[in-house]
Write a protein that binds this ligand. Structure first.
Ligand code: MIG
Length: 798
C-alpha cells in the first residue's frame, strides 16, 4: 500500500479540468471531465468544507464527529470566475478553485495574503486491496510554518518535520515518538506569518499526516479509504481556530464538580477491605480525594456488570459507606463480553444479535481479560441503547458514580495488529462497513453508549465517564486519559505535552496516569508529577501495581507533604478550574493553553513545550528533571506575579525560577481575579461561607470570570447558575473592580474576602457601589477586606 503523496509515484490519479459548476445555496459543486466532483460547503465565513468524489457521486453524508448544534451561517458569499479560476469570497476568506486541475488556494479576505494552498492538491490511488480509493491531499508549506494538534501524539508539541498515523492502538508502555497510540484525532492547525488555520480531516479510516517530513515544503494527509473530506477553519488567531474546531465537534456538559477533584486508582484495589484501607488513609493523612477506582478485579471472572462475591460481597453497602466518607466509586467496564452461556449479558447480546461479526458470518471472537469474548457493535443505535440499559443496576441500585471504559481501541490479545481483523462488519449507524472504517470510532461509540447509560440512571445528577480510545468529537461524552505510560522523567514531559495537545485538539478533559502506569516512580518523580497533574483538567494517580504501591504514603514524609500541599492547591482553585470548564463547555475555549495558543504573535512561543496556561490566567511549568532546585523557563509577554512570593515579573523572556521539591514555577497574570475555596477533603465537605478573591494589581485592565452553580445536577440549565465578570482597572493610585452578574443561582456565601496583591500604593479609602465605607467595616487589614458578594463596583484609592 502506498503511504505517501509523492509526485513521482506513478499510481496517483488527478482531477482533470472543471467542466461544470453548480450552486445550491451554500453548497458549490465543481465537476471535472474525469468524474471528480469537489463539493465545497460554506459553513461559516471562516469555515469551508471540501469533499471530493472520484466516481461522480458522493457517499451518504454521515459523521460521528460533527456536533449537531455546531454554529453555521455566514455574512457574505460571492462567487465569480475568470478564465483560470472560480473565486469564492466570504467576509473572512477568498478561495480560488483552478479550472484546469481543481487545485484550491485560500487567502485572507482582508489583507489578501495566502493562508493555505494546494500543492498537488487532491489526488488518489485506486485501492485494489480494499476497493475504492486511497485519497490524498497535499498542500504547500509556507515559510516558517509550524503545526500543532493531532490529539495524543507523544512527541514535540510542534509537529513540523514529522509524519503521523491515526489508528487507535493499545500501546502498553509507549515511548516518546511511539505512533500511533490510543486516539485518532485528525485535526491540526498551521501557523505562519502571524496567521493560523486548521484542517480537520473527517475520515475515520487509517489516516496519515506528513508535516514537511517526506518533502521539506509540503504538508500532506491521506486515508486508506473513504472520501477526501476536510474542514478548513480560518483564524487568523489560533485560539479562534481551536474554538471553531471545538464548536464543530462539540464539548461536554459540565461534569459534577467532584470529578475535578483528585482521584486515586490502581490495578487493582481489592478486596473491599483494601479499598477501605486506601480511602481511610486519605482521610487520616488529610490528603483531599474525591474518587476511588475499581479495576477489572472487582468483577466475577472479568465479566462486565458483575461483582466478585469473594472480594465484594455487598457492593451497594460498600459504595454507600464510601460515599458517606466523600468518595465516589468509579468502576471499569471493557468492551469484551465473555463467551459464557451462564452469563446473562452474553446470552442477551447473542439472542439479540448485538455482537460484531466477521464478513462471512461468524462472530468476531477475540481474547481479552475474561478469555474468549464477543464484542458489541457499538456503531448500531440499538446496541448502544442496550448497553446504556446495562448500567441500571450498577448506577441506580449500587450507586456507582462513574464508569471507566478501557480496551476500546478495540484491543485484542495475542493477534497480529492487536485489534479486530479488517473484515469485521459494523453497522456504522446504517452505513454498513468493515472494521477499516469503524476501528477509529469504536471506542468513541462505546463511551457514548456508556455516557447515555450513566446519564439516564444517575439523573438528576451528572454522569462521569472516562475513555482510553477516542476520535474527534468523543469529548462530547467523556473525559480521557493517556493510557499506559511509564514512571520516568521523560514520561512526565510527555504527559505535559499530551495534555496540552489534547486541549488544543478540542479534548480538554484529560490527564495522565500520575506517577506512571508501568514501573514505579521514586518519591521525587511522583511529587513532581503530582505538581503537574493538579494542573490538568483530569487528575488521577494510577499504576499497574506490579512494581509496588503508588499512593502518596508509599513515599516518605517529605513527599507526602508535597503531595498534600499540591492537591490542596487544586482544591483551593476548584472554582477557577470549574469556571475554566464552563468556558470550555460553553464557549469552546481550551482549558489548557500552550504558549503558542496564548500568544502566537510572539515567535518565542512556537517551539516551547513545557510552559502552559492553566485556564486563562495561571502560568505553570513543571520541573522535568531530578535533583532540580528550579529551572529556566519562558515567561510569556505581559506582567506576571510569582504565585509564591507575589513578586511581579515582566515576561517576554527566559528566566530562572527557583523551585525546590516543595514548589514549582507558578505565575498569575497581572490583573487577574482568582477565586479560591477553603481546603476541603472532598467536594462538598464544607459549606462555602466566604469566597476568597485573590486580586493581582495591574496598571491597566484585565477581565476575569467566575462561574458557579450547585456543583452537580441540571438546575444550571434552567438559569440557576451564577456568572460573574470582573473588570479590573488599575492606575497609579487607584484600583477599580466592576462586577457584571448573570444567572439566578444563589451562592452559599454572602461575602468575598478580597486579598490584594501588588498594590503600588497605601490604601486610604474604599468605596463600595459609590459609597465610602469605613475601613473597619470592611475589616481592612494587611490589604485584605471583606465585602458583600452583591457589590458591583469597588474602588480602592491610595
Ligand atoms: O491490559 O484493566 O490502560 O489503565 O489498569 C491492561 C487493567 C488493561 C489497561 C489500562 C489500564 C488498566 C489495565 N488495562
Amino acid at each position: 500500500m502506498i503511504l505517501n503523496t509523492e509526485l513521482e509515484y506513478k499510481g496517483n490519479l488527478f482531477p482533470s479540468n472543471i467542466t461544470s459548476y453548480k450552486k445550491d445555496v451554500d453548497v458549490l459543486h465543481f465537476s471535472t471531465s474525469n468524474n471528480v466532483i469537489l463539493k465545497l460547503t460554506v459553513l461559516r465565513d471562516s469555515m469551508l468544507r471540501f469533499t471530493y468524489t472520484t466516481v461522480g457521486k458522493f457517499e451518504r453524508d454521515f459523521s460521528y464527529a460533527i456536533n449537531e448544534d455546531a454554529s453555521r451561517g455566514y455574512n457574505h458569499l460571492e462567487i465569480n470566475d475568470d478564465d483560470e479560476k472560480y473565486v469564492v469570497t466570504t467576509s473572512k476568506l477568498i478561495c480560488h478553485i483552478h479550472k484546469s486541475d481543481l487545485r484550491v488556494s485560500l487567502y485572507d479576505a482582508v489583507d489578501k495574503t495566502i493562508i493555505c494552498e494546494d500543492e498537488l492538491g487532491f489526488h488518489w490511488e485506486e485501492s485494489y486491496e480494499l476497493g475504492g480509493d486511497i485519497v490524498k491531499m497535499s498542500k504547500a508549506a509556507q515559510n516558517g510554518e509550524s503545526y500543532y494538534g493531532l490529539g495524543d501524539k507523544p512527541q514535540h508539541l510542534n509537529l513540523k518535520g514529522r509524519r503521523f498515523e491515526n489508528w487507535a492502538t493499545d500501546s502498553y508502555a509507549f515511548g516518546k515518538d511511539t505512533d500511533p497510540i490510543y486516539k485518532a484525532i485528525p485535526f491540526y492547525t498551521g501557523l505562519h506569518n502571524g496567521k493560523s488555520y486548521g484542517i480537520f480531516f473527517d475520515n475515520t479510516f487509517r489516516t496519515y499526516f506528513d508535516f514537511c517530513s517526506e518533502r521539506r515544503n509540503v504538508t500532506s494527509f491521506w486515508a486508506q479509504g473513504g472520501e477526501m473530506n476536510y474542514y478548513f477553519i480560518y483564524g487568523p488567531k489560533m485560539q479562534d481556530v481551536v474554538t471553531s474546531y471545538t464548536d464543530l465537534t462539540g464539548t461536554p456538559e459540565l461534569p459534577p464538580l467532584w470529578a475535578l477533584g483528585y482521584h486515586q486508582c490502581k490495578w487493582s484495589y481489592y478486596p473491599e477491605s483494601n479499598v477501605k484501607e486506601i480511602t481511610s488513609k486519605f482521610r487520616e493523612l488529610q490528603i483531599p480525594c474525591d474518587a476511588i477506582y475499581l479495576d477489572i478485579d472487582y468483577m466475577e471472572g472479568f465479566r462486565c456488570f458483575t461483582w466478585s462475591d469473594e472480594y465484594f460481597p455487598n457492593p451497594k453497602r460498600m459504595v454507600k459507606e464510601l460515599a458517606d466518607d466523600g468518595f465516589k466509586t468509579v468502576v471499569i467496564i471493557d468492551p469484551g463480553i465473555k463467551i459464557d452461556n451462564e452469563y446473562s449479558v452474553f446470552r442477551e447480546g447473542l439472542e439479540k444479535d448485538y455482537f460484531c461479526k466477521r464478513a462471512d458470518g461468524p462472530y468476531m471472537k477475540g481474547k481479552v481479560w475474561p478469555g474468549e469474548c464477543y464484542f458489541p457493535d457499538f456503531t448500531r443505535p440499538e446496541v448502544r441503547e442496550w448497553w446504556a440499559g446495562l448500567f441500571k443496576e450498577l448506577v441506580e441500585e449500587i450507586g456507582v458514580k462513574g464508569v471507566w471504559n478501557d480496551m476500546n481501541e478495540p484491543a485484542v490479545m495475542d493477534v497480529p495488529g492487536k485489534t479486530f481483523p479488517p473484515d469485521v462488519r459494523h453497522d456504522y449507524d446504517g452505513n454498513p462497513c468493515s472494521h477499516n472504517k469503524a476501528h477509529n470510532i469504536y471506542g468513541m461509540q462505546m463511551a457514548r453508549a456508556t455516557y447515555h447509560g450513566l446519564k439516564r440512571y444517575n439523573y438528576p445528577k451528572r454522569p462521569f465517564v472516562i475513555t482510553r480510545s477516542a476520535y474527534s468529537g468523543t469529548q462530547r461524552y467523556t473525559s480521557t486519559w493517556m493510557g499506559d505510560n511509564v514512571a520516568s522523567w521523560e514520561h512526565l514531559q510527555i504527559a505535559n505535552i499530551q495534555a496540552q495537545r489534547l486541549a488544543l485538539s478540542g479534548f480538554s478533559f484529560a490527564g495522565s496516569d500520575i506517577g506512571g502506569f508501568a514501573e514505579q516512580p521514586n518519591g521525587e518523580l511522583y511529587a513532581r508529577w503530582i505538581q503537574l497533574g493538579v494542573f490538568h483538567p483530569f487528575c488521577r494517580t494510577h499504576s499497574s501495581g506490579d512494581h509496588g504501591d503508588q499512593e502518596p504514603w508509599a513515599f516518605d514524609e517529605e513527599i507526602i507533604d508535597v503531595v498534600r500541599k499540591f492537591i490542596e492547591i487544586r482544591y483551593q482553585l476548584l472554582p477557577y478550574l470549574y469556571t475554566s470548564f464552563y468556558q470550555y463547555s460553553e464557549d469552546n475555549v481550551p482549558m489548557l493553553k500552550s504558549l503558542v495558543l496564548f500568544d502566537q504573535d510572539d515567535a518565542q512561543t512556537h517551539y516551547r513545550t513545557d510552559e502552559f496556561i492553566f485556564g486563562n490566567q495561571i502560568l505553570v511549568c513543571p520541573i522535568n528533571e531530578p535533583n532540580a532546585k528550579g529551572r529556566r523557563m519562558y515567561i510569556p509577554r505581559g506582567e506576571w506575579y510569582n504565585f509564591w512570593s507575589k513578586n511581579m515579573v515582566v515576561g517576554g523572556k527566559e528566566m530562572w525560577v527557583d523551585a525546590d521539591l516543595d514548589s514549582m514555577p507558578i505565575f498569575v497574570k497581572a490583573g487577574a481575579v482568582v477565586p479560591r475555596y477553603p481546603i476541603q477533603q472532598y467536594v462538598g465537605e464544607k459549606v462555602i461561607d466566604q469566597l476568597n478573591l485573590d486580586v493581582y494589581y495591574k496598571a491597566g485592565k484585565e477581565d476575569s470570570e467566575l462561574y458557579e452553580d450547585a456543583d452537580d445536577g441540571y438546575d444550571y440549565t434552567k438559569g440557576r447558575y451564577s456568572l460573574k465578570k470582573f473588570n479590573l482597572a488599575g492606575t497609579e493610585d487607584k484600583l477599580i473592580i466592576r462586577i457584571h452578574k448573570r444567572g439566578q443561582y444563589i451562592t452559599t456565601y454572602d461575602t468575598f474576602k478580597i486579598n490584594l496583591y501588588g498594590l503600588p500604593f497605601e490604601v486610604k479609602s474604599i468605596k463600595v457601589d459609590n459609597e465610602y465605607v469605613d475601613l473597619k467595616d470592611v475589616q481592612f487589614e494587611n490589604n485584605t477586606l471583606v465585602v458583600t458578594k452583591e457589590f458591583t463596583n469597588l474602588q480602592i484609592k491610595g
